[in-house]
Design a protein around this ligand. Structure first.
Ligand SMILES: *[C@@H]1O[C@H](CO)[C@@H](O)[C@H](O)[C@H]1NC(C)=O
Ligand SMILES: *[C@@H]1O[C@H](CO)[C@@H](O)[C@H](O)[C@H]1NC(C)=O
Ligand SMILES: *[C@@H]1O[C@H](CO)[C@@H](O)[C@H](O)[C@H]1NC(C)=O
Ligand SMILES: *[C@@H]1O[C@H](CO)[C@@H](O)[C@H](O)[C@H]1NC(C)=O
Ligand SMILES: *[C@@H]1O[C@H](CO)[C@@H](O)[C@H](O)[C@H]1NC(C)=O
Length: 410
């Protein structure tokens, strides 16, 4: 109750700001744009709409009219309906993802399900400009070559208001990565905070890196509640001006008719109970250079076309990260109690702490393997910890997370 109230209150505050504020369009254009125009731009005409029991509305949109095609680089883009390759050896016909909205219907052939963005979603954000975006991790550090970020202590310097606990692998020759992510519903206490468990594939210049990402998130600022949702994300400038979650801007091309980006997962794990996982793969199609997202080993969801990027269009991935990220303006004392993972420290291990297992990279000859140089990293080990735990007779499982504020993280 308290949390929902806080969220509504915030929306009201922002309503005031947004109406009087200086509202700008996305990207480089700077003409003022009002909320109704923005809504019209974001939401495409629906062939059919599905009212989900959790309050979301899912629009079934003609696959050729999805938001991606508003992107200037994708004006004449021809959809690649399925990847031309398979890196995962495992055939898997399992349903990719169980989401709450699916119990109320499905989308007709030729359409894809898109979570409708409502006026209240826009009003909740600090500005229309920020809608659907992570905040920049860094403000004004000089840029230099990217891999440095991952091999010395400058990673914490580079991170403003974000706390990460992750496993990274640094190289020059990755064509993909995968991992099976344990699903939880951690506490998020401030309406502006978010917490993720995800994989990142990055390239480019350090502080204006390019990244394609997917996993689960609790993000009340964007979605208006504290449910665990499946998301995709991309940026080409270190979260500054480009990219966004899901379909909240143009870029990601969806092909799968059964999964809606940014909608709530039906099942999350419980302490010492049934564990839920989502298996995420992002890899480059050798023929089109599209970065394909697949779930449950082999089920294609959609892709990021190379035209969105500079480095990821022609080059390989330099850095892969698996783990969690908390955004909060209260990473100082007193520290936020927004949690990461399950809210338990990595030392809780299976059934208590969040994990990512079956961690893989795809190397430059499309070999799928456990990364040779996987290194755990945490910004604030007393708040959110890591443990790449060697399992008996097998490869390590990466545990991460924590409660945020606690006696050691005041
Ligand atoms: C960091 O970089 C140095 C030199 O470039 C290398 O020898 C070392 O193995 C790297 N360490 C990690 C943890 O990646
Ligand atoms: C980390 O990178 C910075 C910037 O390149 C450099 O000045 C510093 O010496 C590096 N630290 C270590 C421990 O390698
Ligand atoms: C997910 O939850 C539903 C009920 O909410 C249950 O029927 C189903 O068995 C659960 N699935 C798994 C894999 O636990
Ligand atoms: C998630 O992974 C764990 C550990 O491998 C496994 O025990 C569990 O059955 C998985 N859950 C599902 C729903 O597949
Ligand atoms: C980080 O948080 C501070 C408040 O602690 C805020 O003033 C600043 O704008 C935030 N920076 C970013 C990039 O979100």
């Amino acid at each position: 109750m308290g949390k929902i109230f806080a969220i509504n209150l915030l929306a009201m505050v922002f309503l005031g700001l947004s109406c009087g504020g200086d509202i700008k369009a996305e990207g480089r254009s700077s003409y003022p744009i009002d909320i109704d125009t923005k809504l019209k731009l974001l939401n495409k005409p629906a062939v059919k709409s599905i009212q989900s029991e959790d309050g979301d509305i899912i629009d079934c949109v003609d696959i050729y009219k999805q938001p991606a095609f508003d992107h200037p680089a994708l004006k004449n883009h021809i959809i690649q309906m399925r990847p031309s390759y398979d890196v995962a050896t495992q055939e898997n016909s399992k349903f990719p993802l169980s989401q709450i909205w699916q119990s109320k219907g499905s989308c007709p052939k030729g359409t894809i399900p898109i979570r409708r963005i409502q006026k209240k979603d826009l009003l909740r954000d600090t500005s229309l400009d920020n809608f659907g975006r992570k905040y920049p991790t860094q403000s004004s550090y000089p840029s230099s070559s990217m891999p440095k970020e991952s091999n010395n202590s400058s990673l914490d310097l580079a991170t403003v208001n974000h706390s990460t606990a992750l496993l990274y692998s640094n190289g020059d020759d990755f064509l993909g990565a995968m991992g099976e992510i344990n699903v939880w519903n951690p506490t998020v206490v401030d309406p502006e905070d978010f917490t993720t468990a995800q994989i990142w594939l990055k390239a480019g210049i350090q502080h204006s890196f390019e990244s394609v990402e997917s996993g689960w998130v609790v993000n009340p600022r964007l979605y208006g509640d504290i449910k665990t949702r499946f998301f995709v994300y991309w940026t080409r400038d270190g979260y500054r001006r480009t990219g966004c979650f899901d379909h909240t801007c143009s870029g990601f091309v969806q092909t799968n008719p059964g999964v809606a980006l940014g909608t709530a997962l039906r099942n999350v794990s419980t302490k010492s109970g049934q564990q839920q996982n989502i298996s995420v793969e992002i890899s480059k199609d050798p023929h089109t250079n599209n970065w394909w997202l697949k779930l449950e080993k082999n089920i294609p969801i959609g892709y990021w076309p190379p035209h969105l990027f500079r480095y990821l269009s022609s080059q390989k991935v330099q850095l892969v990260e698996w783990g969690g990220q908390v955004y909060s303006k209260r990473l100082t004392r007193p520290h936020t109690t927004t949690a990461m993972g399950s809210g338990e420290f990595a030392s809780g291990l299976y059934g208590k702490a969040c994990f990512i297992q079956n961690i893989r990279i795809v190397d430059d000859s499309y070999q799928v393997k456990y990364p040779g140089n996987a290194v755990p990293y945490s910004d604030e080990t007393n708040c959110y910890s890591t443990w790449n735990h060697p399992e008996k007779g097998g490869e390590p499982v990466f545990y991460f997370g924590g409660p945020g504020r606690n006696p050691k993280c005041p």
